[in-house]
Design a protein. Sequence first.
Length: 398
Amino acid sequence: MNKSATAPGVFVIGAVLTLLVAANPVSTDTLAPGIPALRDFFGVSTSSANLVFSTYVFAFGFMQLVYGPIADRFGRRPVLLIAMSLYCVATVLCAFAPTFETLLCARALQGAAAAAAPALARAVIRDLYGVDGSRKVMSYVMSAFGIFAIGAPAIGGILVAWKGWQASFFFCAVYALVTIAAVFVYLKETRPESAPTSFKLSTTFALYVRLTPNPQFALNCITNLLMYSAMFVWLSGSMLVIVDGYGIRPDIGGLLFAFGSAGFMAGAAFAGRLGTRIGPHKLIISGSAIAIVAAAMILLLGYMQIRTGLAVALPALVWMFGHGLHYPQSMAAAVAPFPENAGAASSLIGFYQTTAGAIAAVAIGALHDGSAIPFGGLMLGLSIAALFAYAPFYRRFL
């Protein structure tokens, strides 16, 4: 590690990295409360409206596979500046999209550009602080990231109630401009001299093909993407239930959405503090078991026709707590067999989980009927699948 983790320079760099890591929640969570209004504005179906999540996430996931090799060849700083500039342009196009088809195209460009931010933030941390120091710096960054994760849906709800769904994209554009300025002023090039000087996508994708069949990677990847898919049902479907189905104002809906983010951060913090004592396998199994109970509660309250926002948000808080136990452990376990290719393994599992999340967003949009029953049922089914994809097999393969 080059500097003390308490030096002012580290806090400045940490703030820049936090802005980069926050690209995904800013781009998705601020928009979630506006999905019903966006659907009505363009006159499309609920399942079509949810494509604004699916197109973004699929583009985001795919581009995670290529930004690492590109940045190794051309440098972190120029790739970040170009990608965030494209993100800003795409965001403005989203806000002024004259047709729904134009919005989807702009949203795909936004997702493709946004993928550079968290992917290269992790690379910058490794460049600056090495393997050991990066853990400490990343803990600071993720703590600050929690503020964005909790605040983004609340801000989105307020903006939608104030100026409509377009306001969420204006907020994202301001975020992009601030991030571009911060990268330009404070972030110097960190690409190691030993980084590859050639760029061959064929070599990169051949590596991905070799990683996938590894039993430890495959087992943890499957349980991870199933839980991630259930999380994406919450992300893309909760406001359809709370705002659209139950008639709650978007600003209040955004605050209720933040319950889930708070639950995830609490679960991740608990796992980080006690993970070495409890062990990753128990945390993965416990997290998915907690998620099953919470999703069953959402489904039960839906069948009982208790149509209040808290009937969805409070069980979702518990579900996301379980996800917070599960997600970091399954991610870490998936990449553990590949110390020399940890970045590639992380990008690959990110692609798999975001692709699965995009499919889940389409599914909940198609199943939505104004109640919490399809929403809770899909989360429950995916949570059960995540548990039984892992628990019976981990002793045999790990």
